[in-house]
Design a protein around this ligand. Structure first.
Ligand SMILES: *Cc1c(COP(=O)(O)O)cnc(C)c1O
Length: 387
């Protein structure tokens, strides 16, 4: 075969990012410092709401952990989230000794089903963690209604959702306690590893800033003195090591400037897939409501029940044609840890289970050329024709 293998995902790192990293390396300040601070300010400006606190961290997992810790989650508490997600969403709940209540998805969006959330609430429920699956906003209006009615916190796992809108507002500016973005290598913008915790709650922000770096605080000193010596700090809690380095932030500063252009590129690829695969025995990716923006981190394709060829064989045949695909996700209810801890059965999550068995994620990233996109379309058609 003359054409090279098309990977499932690739980051797009430009000369601006490289120059900024080199500048950081030469500056003498490589860990958290002026660039991380600028990245936080730029992120708030990107979201367009001056009331937002943005806290740069070394992963979205760290950000989710800090958000729940800052809200006081602990043993005896329950957090409801979707089974159709990456384990990071749920594992942070267990870090705090709280329990996870997994619920099914709405098959028309692949997002958490608000009716299933409402049905899962118990007197122990403290928080809801929707995930904007693939970059399509979850039904936040319904989720916030449920949260208000039961006095629950909402923490959005927005790892896929930069930039995504709900009700015309960017995810990150909705009425949740906290929203967390990921800058992992394959996400819509990347810093290699990194994340951003966003909140309007000043107390939560302060707690997260302290816990992000060993539980160290300089705020306690100056009750009686005007100035804090540069060497002084107090340890107020056993914190974590979750700070984002300036090397990573240097990449993020330039990725963020390209976030809207990146989204347009991915949306164009998604539109081409949806158009080109219409009429074939597949369910194309769920689309956003009119006027809303979808970040298009993922393009999930589902084989209809009439396709005899299984999903695993389908992926193998695409691979043989030089196309890398993936599956998002193996639902948590099938993972040994979650399954065994909560005695979960696939039959309790019929929509997630059915989607999982029939789904694959097609490549969708900014470095794909038009010819790459056509290659994927042709390969899917070829495999379906023989299925
Ligand atoms: C990638 C991802 C995370 C974790 O992000 P990291 O930055 O790698 O910690 C969390 N939730 C979802 C849904 C993700 O896809």
């Amino acid at each position: 075969m003359s054409t090279p293998f098309l990977p499932f995902a690739l980051p797009e790192i430009g000369d601006d990012e490289i120059a900024e990293v080199v500048d950081t390396l030469k500056s003498g300040w490589v860990t958290t410092g002026p660039k991380a601070k600028r990245f936080e300010a730029d992120f708030a400006a990107f979201l367009g709401d001056p009331a937002l606190h943005c806290i740069a961290v070394n992963s979205a997992t760290a950000g989710l952990h800090l958000a729940l810790e800052g809200l006081g989650l602990g043993p005896g508490d329950e957090v409801i989230t979707t089974t159709h997600t990456f384990t990071a969403t749920a594992e942070v709940v267990r870090y705090l000794g709280a329990d996870v209540k997994l619920v099914d998805i709405d098959p028309s969006t692949l997002n958490i089903d608000p009716a299933a959330v409402a049905a899962a609430i118990t007197p122990r429920t403290r928080a809801l963690m929707p995930v904007h699956y693939g970059g399509l906003a979850a039904d936040m209006a319904a989720i916030h209604d449920i949260a208000r009615a039961h006095d629950l916190h909402v923490v959005e796992d927005a790892a896929h959702a930069l930039p995504t809108t709900h009700g015309g507002r960017l995810v990150g500016t909705l009425d949740s306690a906290a929203t967390v973005f990921s800058f992992y290598a394959n996400k819509t913008i990347t810093t290699g590893e990194g994340g951003m915790l966003v909140t309007r709650d000043a107390a939560l922000a302060q707690r997260a800033r302290t816990m992000r770096l060993h539980g160290m605080s300089r705020d306690a000193f100056d009750r009686f003195t005007a100035t804090v010596p540069s060497w002084y700090y107090e340890v107020v809690a056993p914190g974590f090591k979750y700070n984002l380095t300036d090397i990573a932030a240097a990449i993020g500063l330039h990725q963020l400037k390209k976030a809207h252009a990146f989204q347009q590129k991915r949306a164009a690829i998604a539109a081409r897939y949806t158009e080109a695969l219409a009429g074939l025995p597949v369910v194309t990716a769920p689309l956003p409501p009119a006027g809303e923006r979808h970040a298009w981190h993922l393009y999930p394709l589902r084989l209809t029940d009439g396709v005899a060829l299984g999903r695993d064989a389908f992926i193998e045949r695409l691979y043989a044609l030089g196309i890398g695909c993936s599956v998002h996700y193996i639902p948590l209810h099938l993972q040994p840890y979650w399954r065994d801890r909560y005695q979960l059965k696939a039959a309790d999550f019929p929509h997630s289970q059915h989607a999982y068995e029939r789904m694959l994620s097609l490549p969708i990233y900014t470095r794909m050329t038009d010819a790459d996109v056509e290659r994927v379309v042709e390969a899917v058609r070829t495999v379906l024709a023989a299925a």
